[in-house]
Design a protein around this ligand. Structure first.
Ligand SMILES: Nc1ncnc2c1ncn2[C@@H]1O[C@H](COP(=O)(O)OP(=O)(O)O)[C@@H](O)[C@H]1O
Ligand SMILES: O=P(O)(O)OC[C@H]1O[C@](O)(COP(=O)(O)O)[C@@H](O)[C@@H]1O
Ligand SMILES: [Mg+2]
Length: 335
């Protein structure tokens, strides 16, 4: 269970906006629902939904929301507000347009649900235009500094685990080796957690070097001992789009016959897990409470079971480290 801080309302807002931005993640909908309802039940007169992230802020695609407009979404994947990547938002003149659109509707503060890029945009908007912002970590990657968990990570991990369990069945029947690619462009949090949960023979992540030669020897030894009835190597996609295929080619050159399975966007969809619904609902409620307590330019995250506030500046400057010990467990447990 999460512990929620006791915050006293110090400020009044007439109108608040919400947007979801960057790669979507399961749990964004329960986050939207909780922000809308917590705000309306705490005296905020109007809550506006901005469609397609910063794109909607710039094109003025903004609609009024109500308690009823978020009914029956707590269990739905994706985001009812839609999401997008809006590279133009890095341009100050484009952000001026966004700030004008907010002001023309009387929107006094913004809650942004998204990944590291989205939170960077929120921080810059706040600094440049003095608009109070609160960020929520919404990404399957769990790569956001200052929070142990992100909305959507648990669902993505569960989806990948279920898929790999199925792959393991056929891998065992045919005594095959599989390379399974999971998402994570810059980070191996999904790969590590999935690797441990599936008993993968190996996990490849962008953060730590791995010894390919060592892998080939291990596989050959296992095979000669009759232990190699199946093998799963979990590969985080990383920045190199060909990594998994190159690994397969190298394994082939060593006499292995690996199959490739790229899980891709199935990890981004689906009904949010109970864990993600709870996380999103608590973080969304806390975001409103922090806003009304006078906070701004922060992300609301989780640390050691407690809801915490983290300056967006810190979120942007730091890099979240994948615990080496956790990564090593994956290798330890299949020996
Ligand atoms: N340096 C930046 N300045 C302003 N806006 C940014 C910046 N970086 C990202 N954004 C905005 O956030 C959006 C989402 O960022 P991205 O990194 O693609 O996804 P995520 O937020 O999921 O990490 C970008 O398309 C852009 O609109
Ligand atoms: O769907 P897209 O735009 O191809 O993006 C794929 C990327 O988005 C993610 O699913 C989520 O990343 P972000 O939360 O940073 O957007 C990454 O794991 C993946 O590399
Ligand atoms: Mg990101």
């Amino acid at each position: 269970m999460l512990s929620i801080p006791d915050l006293k309302p110090e400020k009044h807002y007439n109108a608040v906006g919400i947007l979801t931005s960057g790669g979507d993640s399961s749990g964004m909908n329960p986050a939207i629902r909780s922000i809308v309802r917590a705000a309306l039940n705490s005296g905020v007169k109007q809550v506006f939904g901005v469609r397609r992230g910063y794109q909607g802020l710039v094109s003025d695609d903004i609609t009024l929301m109500s308690s009823r407009s978020v009914t029956n979404i707590v269990q739905k994947g994706g985001t009812v507000l839609k999401s997008a990547r809006c590279p133009e938002f890095s341009d100050p003149s484009v952000r001026d347009v966004a700030a004008r659109n907010l002001s023309s509707r009387g929107i006094e503060a913004l809650v942004v649900i998204g990944g590291d890029g989205s939170l960077t945009g929120a921080h810059i908007l706040c600094q440049e235009h003095g608009i109070p912002v609160i960020g929520l970590p919404g990404t399957i990657d769990n790569d956001i500094p200052g929070t142990d968990d992100t909305i959507g990570f648990d669902t993505a991990v569960n989806t990948a685990v279920e898929a790999i369990d199925r792959i393991r069945d056929t891998a065992r029947s045919h005594e095959r080796l599989f390379l399974v690619e999971v998402m994570g462009r810059n980070s191996g949090f999904i790969a590590t957690q999935v690797g441990i949960a599936c008993g993968a023979e190996m996990v490849v992540v962008p953060e730590y070097a791995f010894d390919f030669h060592d892998l080939c020897i291990t596989l050959a030894e296992r095979h000669s001992k009759g232990q190699g009835s199946s093998g799963i190597i979990v590969v985080a996609e990383g920045r190199d789009p060909d990594l998994t295929h190159r690994l397969a080619a190298q394994l082939k050159a060593q006499g292995q016959d690996p199959k490739i399975s790229i899980l891709g966007h199935i990890q981004r969809g689906g009904s949010p897990s109970g864990h993600d619904r709870m996380l999103a609902s608590c973080l969304g409620t806390a975001a409103v409470e922090y806003l009304l307590a006078g906070y701004s330019d922060i992300m609301v995250g989780v640390h050691k079971g407690a809801i915490v506030d983290v300056p967006l500046q810190r979120v942007i400057e730091e890099k979240k480290v994948l615990d080496r010990k956790l990564f090593d467990i994956a290798a330890l447990l299949h020996k």
